[in-house]
Ligand binder design. Structure first.
Ligand code: GDP
Length: 370
């Protein structure tokens, strides 16, 4: 049966049902492979032939099992986070899984940082957030996997810190781990030797390993499925407008209390209460429409304009798009109101504000990044 067959590249159990999951092989390739007894899953096949790694999702259970194994090995852990979605990048229990191993925190998507902002400020900010969640990285590096900025430097740092140890790259899905692995693969290896046939006994996990020069390996750990993502309720076109692709240009609004800003039809911000006119700075994709209105009219405007003026999403999602849920906060210092995955609004101290987001998207407040 299907259950007995494993990919000779990564050891994942071969399956022909779900392309997004470990061990996927198209039916035709599967039938050919069974005859020759040489079966690569699609991910390993593409890696061998096109030097292209594909992201793979595994279940939370599998992911935890894998992290538990890492805890017991002597390795350098490279933990990749999306600097624009730090909370969404946190692996639950990461403190424990890191164990005694040294680890490096990598903040990816640095290409989106507004040009006006000093990178060392972002690093400080990441260090503070790490302290808050109880992890102590040996180092913090900002990179852009997509534009290949500072990836070289990262690889050098990894080589210095690992001593003679294996390296595990971990991160939740969507932080850009596959993009990073692709850069590392292109730069640092001959593709032939790339996939090793060694496996972790007793696991069915699809891991890609790159041989390092001293017999140790760099191991890509498939990502945990992250549950509250815009990708679940936006189509490709809308997702493109919602997700920053280029450096964010901060947009500044002077608001009186009782005013509302809509972020397309995706989210809403109310300045509920506060003295005087105040400055609010919005960090979302440059193409996303920001529409200002009176708080008193906002419900009505949303009802009438959803999918028309207030887009994305487009009108066809009127019925299926989740209702906006309201979260109210009072600030005591300069803060960011974060719409997870979408961006954030920097708000001054001593104001009452509300963020509205579709059910499933988290809204939270944090000390301001910038
Ligand atoms: P994985 O699930 O962690 O393997 O993430 P992927 O490598 O598949 O990337 C998820 C999304 O983030 C894709 O749309 C990538 O194009 C994008 N992405 C990855 N790295 C970067 C980066 O450095 N900058 C930007 N702007 N986007 C990135």
């Amino acid at each position: 049966t299907n259950n007995e067959l494993r990919c000779i590249g990564c050891g994942a159990v071969i399956q022909t049902d779900n392309p997004k999951e470990a061990g996927y092989t198209p039916k035709s390739a599967y039938e050919k492979g069974v005859k020759t007894n040489q079966l690569y899953c699609q991910r390993c096949f593409r890696l061998r032939h096109y030097s292209q790694i594909e992201p793979v999702n595994i279940s939370d259970d599998q992911f935890l099992k894998l992290l538990n194994q890492i805890q017991d090995t002597n390795a350098l852990i490279v933990y990749v986070v999306d600097i624009f979605n730090f909370n969404g990048s946190i692996i639950p229990g990461i403190q424990r899984f890191v164990g005694k191993n040294p680890f490096l925190l990598v903040g990816n998507k640095a290409d989106l940082i507004p040009r006006s902002i000093n990178r060392s400020k972002i690093k400080d900010w990441l260090r503070q957030r790490s302290n808050e969640i109880g992890i102590k990285p040996l180092g913090i590096q900002l990179i852009s996997a997509k534009t290949n900025q500072y990836v070289d430097q990262l690889f050098k740092t990894i080589d210095q810190l690992r001593g003679h140890r294996d390296v595990y790259i971990v991160g939740v899905t969507n932080v850009g781990k596959s993009t990073l692995m692709n850069q590392l693969i292109r730069q640092n290896t001959g593709i032939r030797e790339l996939i090793t046939t060694s496996r972790f006994p007793g696991t069915t996990l699809d891991q890609i390993k790159i041989d390092l020069n001293d017999g140790h390996q760099l191991v890509d750990t498939p990502g945990i499925v992250h549950h509250s993502e815009m990708a679940h309720y936006l189509n490709g076109k809308d997702l493109k407008i919602a997700t920053p692709q280029k450096p964010i240009k901060p947009r500044e609004y002077q608001l009186n209390s009782g005013q509302t800003l809509f972020l397309g039809g995706l989210a809403r911000f109310d300045y509920v209460n506060g003295h005087f006119k105040k400055g609010f700075t919005i960090y979302v994709n440059n193409d996303l429409l920001i529409h200002r209105t009176k708080l008193a009219n906002a419900d009505d405007v949303y009802k009438r304009q959803f999918g028309k003026l207030l887009t994305p999403p487009s009108e066809e999602y009127q019925d299926s798009f989740p209702k906006l849920v309201r979260y109210e906060f009072k600030t005591s210092y300069k803060s960011d109101l974060v719409f997870e995955g979408l961006g954030w609004i920097t708000v001054p101290s001593n104001v009452v504000i509300a963020g509205w987001a579709p059910k499933g998207m988290d809204v939270l407040i944090r000390r301001s990044m910038i």
